[in-house]
Write a protein that binds this ligand. Structure first.
Ligand SMILES: Cc1cc2nc3c(=O)[nH]c(=O)nc-3n(C[C@H](O)[C@H](O)[C@H](O)COP(=O)(O)OP(=O)(O)OC[C@H]3O[C@@H](n4cnc5c(N)ncnc54)[C@H](O)[C@@H]3O)c2cc1C
Length: 446
């Protein structure tokens, strides 16, 4: 299997900033050097347009990020990718607000009226400004529903649907920009339109057409639903030429069974076994409407599938001992990775799996894990017990990890589980001396 180099999030950020700087430089050369801002409202007016321009660029970036480009999804870990997305989204909102305030201030200064009168005057005189206001409201809906506490309180499917209102907001802000003085007549209008259309094309391809193409090509069908432990089932998916899907253990797909209530949106689920040419296995814990309905799928049902996604793979080919740390359903991708280590590690390297659950009856794949451990001569520790109240009773604290895993600092660690467990385990591993690039961590929930 080909080796994919992990992309550093800092490289992505530098690329995005460079793109933004080029656009600003182009605008500066075209607009400011040729026709410098004049009059009392000139300065704020130019600043307003600059904010609008950079916001437009960030809108394009967000659409491309939301397209789930395979290359990006497989090389950038989920957490930094999410931070980049959130950073761009909040900057987009801040720039749009700054654009609105500066545009009104510019109008107030040039007409010589107070700020409030300029605001009312602009909304009355320029009807298309209602579009901008509507775009801002849609954007605020997406931002407010993404505040972690609000997001956790609603089913993933509803949050996802509400988040999609960002796209009309971006279209509206683009339409509004075309009537601005910088783009109304200039050739930049053509370039700006082409940039937005290209982003839309990328989005339409990867979010809409590619999953349909993948599904038609491979004909993913539920072959069986097998109980694992209480509330957890494995869904065996059959299909044609599944090795051509290019999935690696540790990756996830977005599944959308074409049955009510699941057909209108997809949810992410990890491979829980190494992919085979005729079969993929997913293991699902029932936590809400969608996952409960998945457990009731009948054999023969069709699935619309997109992916594979995710950078939690052995693509970096560890040459060091391997530590796998799973919490709850985080065991699904790590069970698949565990199986993969047999093929990926050429030396007799140490492998340790730590599997954390609250109760023993929540352990999934116990038999399979023990068999794999025998085959690989690996060590497995099942760490059960209530959620920790602090370092002293945390089985994944730095001190406990150091005791459980000899030469811990020499390992490559793969961590997957609930966000809180992942964050504290990463802290423990760092405190134990592991360098950041030897820790590969993903949360198994949103
Ligand atoms: C990259 C990725 C891979 C994933 N892989 C798997 C997998 O292999 N197997 C699997 O079962 N789940 C996996 N999940 C989580 C899974 O997608 C969600 O559990 C599912 O989408 C929940 O949808 P729902 O409508 O049933 O529940 P919702 O109504 O959306 O959620 C119900 C409640 O359960 C909480 N919750 C969500 N997921 C979990 C969880 N796993 N454990 C405990 N509480 C949870 C939510 O915060 C919410 O409060 C993965 C998530 C991500 C981001």
């Amino acid at each position: 299997m080909s080796t994919v180099r992990a992309l550093r999030p800092s490289t992505v950020v530098v690329g995005l900033v460079t793109g933004g700087a080029l656009i600003v430089a182009g605008w500066w050369a075209y607009r400011v050097l040729h026709r410098p801002p004049a009059g009392p409202g000139g300065g704020p007016g130019a600043a307003a347009r600059l904010c609008g321009l950079v916001a437009g660029y960030l809108g394009v970036v967000q659409v491309v990020l939301a397209a789930r480009l395979p290359w990006f999804e497989r090389t950038v870990a989920m957490r930094p990718a999410r931070l980049i997305h959130v950073g761009c989204g909040l900057s987009f909102l801040a720039l749009i607000v700054a654009h609105a305030v500066l545009a009104i201030a510019s109008n107030a200064a040039s007409v010589g009226t107070p700020f409030a009168s300029a605001l009312i005057g602009l909304v009355v005189d320029l009807p298309y400004l209602w579009l901008a206001v509507l775009g801002l409201v849609l954007l605020l809906i997406a931002v407010v529903t993404s505040v972690p506490a609000v997001r956790r309180a609603m089913p993933y499917g509803w949050w996802h649907l509400l988040h999609l209102v960002v796209h009309p907001a971006i279209v509206i802000s683009f339409a509004h920009q075309l009537y601005g003085p910088d783009l109304l007549t200039s050739p930049a209008r053509v370039l700006w339109t082409a940039l937005h259309l290209a982003a839309l094309g990328v989005f339409a391809w990867y979010r809409l057409l590619a999953p349909v193409r993948l599904t038609l090509r491979h004909q993913f069908t539920v072959a069986a639903v097998e109980p694992e432990t209480h509330g957890v089932v494995s869904i065996i998916v059959s299909g044609r030429m599944l090795d051509a899907v290019g999935a690696r253990p540790g990756q996830y797909f977005r599944l959308r069974p074409l049955d009510w209530p699941m057909w209108w949106h997809s949810h992410p689920f990890s491979l829980s076994a190494a992919p085979r040419s005729d079969e993929l296995r997913f293991t699902v814990k029932a936590v809400g409407d969608y996952s409960v309905a998945m457990a009731g799928l009948a054999p023969g049902r069709w699935l619309l599938v997109s992916g594979p996604y995710g950078a939690l793979t052995t693509a970096a080919r560890p040459r060091r001992p391997v530590l796998l740390v799973a919490g709850g359903m985080g065991i699904a991708p790590l069970r698949a990775l565990f199986e993969d280590l047999d093929d990926t590690l050429d030396d007799d390297l140490d492998i340790t799996l730590l599997y954390r659950t609250e109760r023993a009856d929540q352990i999934v794949f116990r038999g399979e894990l023990d068999d794999l451990a025998d085959d690989l001569d690996a060590t497995v520790h099942y760490l059960t017990g209530p959620a920790p109240t602090g370092e002293q009773d945390d089985p994944l604290s730095c001190q406990r990890l150091t005791t459980l895993v000899p030469r811990l600092a020499d390992h490559d660690a793969y961590v997957c589980g609930p966000p809180g467990m992942v964050a504290s385990t990463v802290r423990s591993l760092r405190a134990a001396g592991l360098r950041r690039h030897h820790i590969h961590a993903e949360a198994s929930t949103f």
